[in-house]
Design a protein around this ligand. Structure first.
Ligand code: THG
Length: 283
């Protein structure tokens, strides 16, 4: 199972057997007032800056989310996707729940994009999947539906199966559906990460498809988020995740380390190459 994404000239392959694919999370105005203001004013220099910094840090792809209350995402999402697609040579993950904004962005995105996301709700399946097919994209499937996000990993897995079946009916193969087992903060429910880790294992065993996580969700509302984010990424990678929407400016070294420790980096070549270009400062 390989999910193949493209930018102007580059190809990224998400593969269950690694190396792990890093999707930069920072073009997302949730909790970022400066970005929210810049998007509302149509000033994209700060977006450029966030794209450049994440690519320098080691991002393989960039997630683009312009979700600010009151902002016209049908107009702004395609503008930002077009700008990033033209000025940076890196595949894009379009992060919106609005099918109209998604279609407007798909029309102007270069290469082959990852649509973030569809879920098990009928309204989502029937509106998002046909767009994925029409624009020859790949898609992230969230394991939630009309009843919300189930606590039982088996029930999350059943929603993954439903999404995969509905995609297959439209001719979208399992290679092009990346399942997101969903992680919520352990600040609200201390079992949240354990449920997600179990779901990763089940989805991987039952379907063999690629698995994505919005990894930084795990630590919302808690102190020292970096420690939790790093620990969770390590556990999720070992459990079988193949990509994450995360912060490449902080966690790329950890991810390269996990690839090496899991026997996916011959002669430690990628780990050492990353270290040479991103030396660790001594205290
Ligand atoms: N699954 C999928 N897509 C997703 C999520 C998911 N997209 C959105 C989100 N969850 C993943 N992206 C982020 C982006 C930023 C943060 C968390 C998850 C974050 N931001 C800081 C905050 O809000 O405090 C602020 C920014 C910063 O300091 O860098 O934590 O689960 N498919």
């Amino acid at each position: 199972m390989q999910t193949i994404l493209q930018s102007k000239t580059k190809t990224v392959k998400i593969d269950p057997n690694g190396p792990f694919t890093i999707i930069g999370e920072k073009i997302n105005p949730t909790g970022r007032k400066k970005l929210a203001a810049a998007l509302q004013e149509g000033k994209f220099d700060y977006v450029r800056d966030l794209a450049a910094k994440q690519i320098a840090g080691g991002a393989d792809m960039l997630d683009i989310n312009v979700g600010v209350p009151g902002l016209d995402d049908v107009a702004v999402l395609p503008q930002v996707v077009k700008m990033v697609g033209e000025e940076f040579d890196i595949p894009i993950c379009i992060d919106t729940s609005n099918p109209q904004a998604l279609e407007a962005a798909l029309k102007v995105a270069p290469g082959r994009v990852l649509v973030n996301s569809v879920n098990g709700e009928e309204s989502s399946l029937s509106r998002i999947l046909p767009l994925v097919k029409e624009y020859n994209a790949a898609v992230i499937g969230l394991v939630m539906d009309e009843n919300g996000i189930p606590n039982d990993p088996e029930v999350r897995c059943a929603i993954a199966e439903k999404i995969l079946e509905r995609a297959a009916r439209l001719g979208i193969p399992g290679d092009d559906v990346v399942i997101d087992p969903l992680v919520l903060t352990v600040g609200a429910d201390s079992n949240a990460a354990a449920i997600t880790l179990k779901t990763i294992e089940l989805v991987r065993k039952n379907f063999g498809v690629n698995i994505n996580l919005g990894a930084s969700n795990v630590s919302f509302g808690l102190p020292d988020r970096d420690t939790l984010n790093v620990a969770f990424l390590g556990l999720a990678i070992h459990a079988g995740a193949s990509c994450a929407i995360t912060d490449p400016t902080k966690y790329t070294a950890l991810i390269k380390g996990c690839d090496l420790l899991m026997g996916r980096d011959a002669y430690a070549a990628k780990y050492i190459k990353y270290y040479r270009t991103h030396p660790v400062e001594k205290v």
